[in-house]
Design a protein around this ligand. Structure first.
Ligand SMILES: [Cu+2]
Length: 109
């Protein structure tokens, strides 16, 4: 086996482990072209949502303003933002710099 092949196998194995670690307890929302995709997401209580910024240059934020929270740090391209939801309910959020970018998280039992 060539060294490159070994390295590739190792990389793939690592990647699989990463995907597995995300697992069933994590849901994903993509941020692209000034949109949260999907805009509405339903998860189970105790699950975590991982927002991933896939823009080329634009930063965004995931701000649960209606909960009376401060705006969190911006998410730059290729960065993530994670949040665990421990209570059921419907939680609207928006992007701080772009008020028209909105999303909703619904948490069920
Ligand atoms: Cu934004």
């Amino acid at each position: 086996m060539k060294w490159q092949t070994l390295l590739l196998s190792f990389t793939l194995a690592t990647f699989n482990i990463t995907v597995f670690a995300g697992g069933e307890n994590e849901a994903q929302v993509i941020i692209k072209k000034f949109e949260f995709i999907p805009q509405q997401i339903t998860i189970k209580r105790g699950q975590t949502i991982n927002w991933e910024n896939r823009e080329k240059r634009q930063y965004h934020s995931v701000w649960f303003e209606a909960l009376g929270e401060e705006e969190p740090d911006y998410i730059f391209p290729d960065e993530n933002y994670e949040r665990e939801f421990k209570e059921t309910g419907t939680f609207p959020y928006r992007c701080g710099p772009h008020p028209r970018m909105t999303g909703t998280v619904t948490v069920t039992d």
